[in-house]
Design a protein around this ligand. Structure first.
Ligand SMILES: [Zn+2]
Length: 581
């Protein structure tokens, strides 16, 4: 896909070998040499004298020799040049500028680059060159022309559509007759492609790694991967997962449980073009006193008594959490059932008082219904324990609850137990090398702790049984008119951030939902779960988060894997440049 984008850009910039009779031609040829990684051609555009000026955030440097040495230090993976302009100053001097975005192995940077051209006997040469990063600036206006638009609202598609983006928002999306092309916008031909809203994963965990080192309760490798160190690394560098999400077309995620620092991701990503928008619930309440915490901070707050849970809800409100999440695990036997149920009621009551949505992990029908009675607005995970019944459906409808099926995560745990990572199920190009290496190590790790063949067979049968129950319940819930939203539980072992969404979308389709219904569940309705009102659709006013596909997602949801471009807040990335190599 890099090639398609480059072709489009080169078309914008003109033929690389054009004559340099004007400063504009010289400027275009200068940029084309960067794209071609042609050092000799690149350097030929510069004034080869001590007068050459180079300026940036560090100040001014003079001289061709030092410039030529620095130019040997390597090319960016991708250089996107937009809004290239040249203005004459005198017959022999011209000023030019363009906006750039460069992508290197780890990062993406935007800025403005200027040139002053002077006329010489050898043609127009660059006498002054500058580059200044502009991290806070809105991406340049852009129009996608000719794609089939699937706007996320579930209605008819718009063939031959125009989608105009400006200042990080969609300003027009519809038939070409109704969206004029702005004169200042770069136009990208998207003929033969499909545009969908950016995907929204409503169930992720940044406090988990995608492997067992983040879940030693699944397989204890703490001797090799000390848990505090694993968690410190997650805290220090969530960016690798940001890129995995964008690479997979996921532009918004809901972290529904983790260490307190996950709450900081909200402010950090709200206006980012290099990360998905993160909404976070922070530490989760739990009906069991789960041990998986750090010595100095907790991700699981034990719902010990009413004072504890009401205080925890109010603290979440004070921290700015987007929701209250509860792990509702296994109803203890009476008389504890009544005590736990009363605590869940108190959590729901306090959440309502402070105005936070109540999200519940409940895989048993009894707990799920009890959670709905307590005011749950979102159920993450399917009901696995048996078929959902009329009472459940009535409660969910009455609560206007969302059902997040989270169908495939148990299979990751099964693969861990079997010591076999089924590597073809998730596109590993979007997975950062460290996470990929760990996933691939599954097959060889801790062979002595591997369960017996009989235990594994039982485990596989149980996972399949639960999965089939999850599919049947999803269909029933969806048919009953209860809104469904995409959620993977990414971060859990072998449910890899970003890459796992495709398995989940395909499981939803396998449950009997039409591709258009799966898409609405992954965009507009998932946006409702996050509480954000400006994402999840490609409609005027929405945040410019969208995905351009090479194949029709309404023919088969598997075509969502065929990502050409990802746009986050108006910044356009090729799939290729987001991949890890
Ligand atoms: Zn989860």
């Amino acid at each position: 896909m890099l090639r398609v984008a480059s072709v489009a850009l080169l078309a914008l910039l003109g033929a690389p070998l054009a004559a340099q009779d004007t400063p504009l031609e010289a400027f275009r040829s200068n940029i084309a040499a960067i794209h071609a990684r042609d050092r000799a051609a690149y350097l030929s555009h510069y004034l080869q004298s001590a007068a050459l000026v180079r300026a940036g955030p560090d100040g001014l440097v003079q001289g061709y020799d030092s410039f030529a040495r620095q130019a040997a230090s390597g090319w960016p993976d991708t250089l996107i040049a937009t809004q290239l302009r040249v203005v004459p100053i005198t017959p022999d001097v011209a000023y030019g500028a363009y906006r750039y975005r460069v992508v290197d192995s780890g990062a993406s940077a935007r800025g403005v680059s200027e040139r002053v051209f002077v006329r010489t006997p050898e043609g127009w040469k660059v006498a002054v060159t500058t580059a200044f990063p502009t991290p806070g600036a809105a991406p340049p206006p852009r129009a996608f022309v000719g794609a089939t638009l699937v706007d996320g609202m579930g209605g008819a598609v718009v063939p031959n559509a125009v989608v105009v983006l400006r200042d990080g928002r969609v300003v027009c999306a519809g038939p070409s007759s109704s969206c004029a092309l702005p004169a200042d916008a770069d136009t990208v031909s998207a003929a033969g492609k499909w545009i969908i809203p950016g995907l929204i994963d409503t169930h992720v965990h940044f406090s988990q790694t995608g492997w067992v080192d983040g879940r030693p309760d699944a397989l204890d490798l703490r001797a090799r991967y000390p848990y505090p160190q694993v968690e410190a690394e997650l805290h220090a560098a969530p960016e690798r997962f940001f890129r995995s999400y964008l690479c997979s077309g996921v532009t918004t995620v809901f972290d529904v449980g983790g260490y307190p620092w996950t709450l900081e991701l909200m402010g950090r990503t709200a206006r980012s073009t290099t990360a998905p928008r993160v909404v976070a619930a922070g530490p989760l309440l739990s009906t069991i006193d789960f041990w998986l915490n750090l010595p100095d901070q907790r991700q699981f707050i034990y719902a010990a008594d009413e004072t504890t849970v009401r205080d925890a809800v109010r603290a979440h409100k004070a921290w700015g959490a987007a929701a209250i999440k509860l792990w509702y695990i296994m109803p203890p036997q009476p008389p504890d059932t009544a005590r736990i149920s009363a605590l869940v009621q108190a959590i729901g009551d306090e959440a309502r008082k402070v105005g936070l949505p109540f999200i519940v992990h409940a895989t048993g029908l009894w707990e799920a219904k009890d959670a709905l009675r307590a005011g749950a607005r979102v159920l993450v995970h399917s009901v696995w324990s048996g078929p959902v019944d009329e009472e459940f459906l009535t409660l969910a409808r009455r609560q206007h609850a969302f059902y997040v099926p989270t169908l495939v995560v148990p299979d990751g745990y099964r693969q861990i137990a079997a010591r076999h990572f089924e590597r073809d199920r998730q596109p590993l190009a979007c997975v950062d090398p460290a996470t990929r290496a760990k996933a691939l190590a599954t097959d060889t790790v801790a062979p002595k702790l591997r369960p017996t063949v009989a235990v594994l067979a039982e485990r596989t049968a149980r996972t399949e049984r639960f999965f089939a129950q999850g599919l049947a319940n999803l269909k029933r819930v969806h048919d009953a008119g209860i809104p469904v939203a995409l959620g993977t539980d990414a971060g859990n072992p072998l449910t890899l951030p970003g890459a796992s969404v495709f398995m989940e979308l395909e499981a939803m389709q396998a449950a009997g939902l039409a591709p258009s219904e799966v898409l609405v569940a992954s965009t507009r309705d998932a946006a409702r779960v996050t509480g954000l009102d400006s994402v999840g659709t490609v409609t005027p006013g929405a945040v410019a988060d969208l995905v351009v596909l090479d194949a029709d997602p309404l023919a088969d949801i598997r075509n969502v894997r065929r990502i050409a471009l990802v746009v986050r807040r108006g910044e356009t990335y090729t799939r290729r440049e987001l991949e890890y190599r």
